[in-house]
Design a binder for this molecule. Structure first.
Ligand code: SAH
Ligand code: SF4
Length: 393
């Protein structure tokens, strides 16, 4: 049974200076009322790549090398408070505390499942939105699942995140904060964070620039020094951005949420398919593989009576074999969402489906997802939190 813990610290988000955030990829979706426009979002230290931080410190009259010291403190040692960075002059620490908050995300609640091996953290943003992050402890790795948007514009039929549409993109700093939070959780258990998957709320390739900046900040050897090969970006199939990703200097892993082997079915599950149908998606994946030499993972959320038939499995095998894409398939048994009419197949049905795809020569694994008991399908904890009566402020 899940334990519901109050996060040890539940700070109210600080009152923040409103200054422009750059590098935030936009989606052509009108922001909901009351959502701050791009230029009105607060900047925290986690928003700044090392050269930007250096410029800021120089503007404050400090030597540029202080930026590396700061990076070593907040990422290398995971310091949560400027006051602890005693290698910096007190006046600079005070100035930073007043003008550049470390983070703009406040943890609201933490839930554990799988005997504590899965931890889900709900955060509140500076403008009162909620986002969630899942940290998974395995014997050989610790993986964080990061959210990149509040809601999602794609609206896949089976996904809790897409239910209310897109509210807004997260900033780079809001994503970095989730990673740092997971790194601290891991350290608290004498473990190190080893992997990152962009499989939380939102479509990372519709928040492209901010996601790429996240990769750059995490990758910086002066900070977390997190290798791009330990990062996986999952997409519902934003074809032009798959091309862009192939041209990036960082060699991240690509996961494509396929869920169906033909357009008629995929149109009903992943509405973006009407814009970028399967043939275009496969061509983009093939080009990605050719440009990077990397294998693409195809995600397949298995739903009873929808996309789990024997003929569908054979069609999937044929599609992928004939596509020429170097790939493997991850079958994800569906995490049912209360208000949606989709169910998880039986274990026998799941294994049979995987075996049929394998028989077509496509390496296939079944990923029994973590944290089912705490509603770990993306967007579910947030949906529950929003539906529950809120305590008075
Ligand atoms: N937007 C991106 C990444 C976030 S979703 C994408 O769609 O790829 C991460 C993965 O979880 C995707 O493969 C998505 O299809 C899958 N997913 C969403 N809702 C799910 C559910 N209820 N059960 C199982 N998988 C789900
Ligand atoms: Fe968005 Fe991914 Fe959910 Fe589809 S599955 S609605 S793309 S978050």
């Amino acid at each position: 049974m899940a334990t519901l813990l109050d996060a040890p610290t539940t700070p109210t988000p600080p009152t923040l200076p409103l200054v422009p955030v750059d590098g935030n990829g936009a989606v052509s979706v009108r922001p909901a009322r009351g959502v701050p426009r791009r230029g009105e979002r607060p900047v925290g230290l986690y928003d700044l790549a090392l050269p930007e931080l250096t410029d800021r410190l120089v503007a404050l009259g400090a030597p540029g090398y202080r930026a590396r010291q700061l990076y070593a403190g907040v990422y290398g040692r995971l310091t949560a408070d400027y006051a602890e960075l005693t290698d910096l002059p007190a006046a600079l620490r005070a100035e930073l505390a007043a003008t550049l908050p470390l983070t703009t995300l406040a943890p609201v609640r933490e839930q554990e499942a799988d005997g504590g091996e899965t931890v889900k953290t709900l955060y509140r943003t500076f403008d009162g939105q909620f986002v969630e992050t899942v940290t998974m402890f395995y014997p050989d790795r610790v993986t964080v699942c990061v959210s990149c948007q509040v809601g999602c514009a794609v609206g896949c039929a089976f996904c809790a995140t897409g239910l209310g549409g897109l509210t807004r993109n997260l900033t780079t700093g809001e994503m970095v904060a989730q990673v740092v939070g997971a790194a601290r959780l891991a350290r608290g258990r004498d473990r190190a964070l080893t992997n990152l998957v962009m499989m939380g709320m939102g479509e990372p390739l519709q928040n492209y620039a901010a996601t790429m900046k996240l990769v750059a900040i995490l990758h910086d050897p002066a900070g977390l020094n997190f290798g791009a090969r330990r990062i996986t970006i999952s997409t519902s199939g934003v074809v032009p951005k798959i091309g862009a990703l192939a041209a990036e200097p960082y060699q991240v892993n690509l996961a494509v949420s396929l869920h169906a082997p033909d357009d008629a079915l995929r149109d009903t599950l992943v509405p973006l398919n009407r814009r970028y149908p399967i043939a275009e998606l496969m061509a983009a994946c093939r080009r990605y593989g050719e440009a990077t030499g990397r294998r693409v993972s195809f995600e397949y959320a298995l739903m009873s009576g929808i996309n789990d038939g024997e003929a569908t499995a054979r069609a999937l095998g044929t599609l992928l074999r004939e596509s020429g894409v170097l790939c493997h398939v991850n079958v994800i048994p569906l995490n049912p969402v209360d208000v949606l009419p989709y169910a998880r197949p039986t274990r026998v049905g799941i294994e049979r489906f995987a075996e049929t795809v394998r028989a077509a020569g496509i390496p296939t694994t079944v990923r029994y997802s973590r944290g089912v008991e705490i509603a770990a399908a993306c967007g579910q904890l947030r949906a529950e939190h929003m539906a529950a009566p809120q305590p008075a402020p």
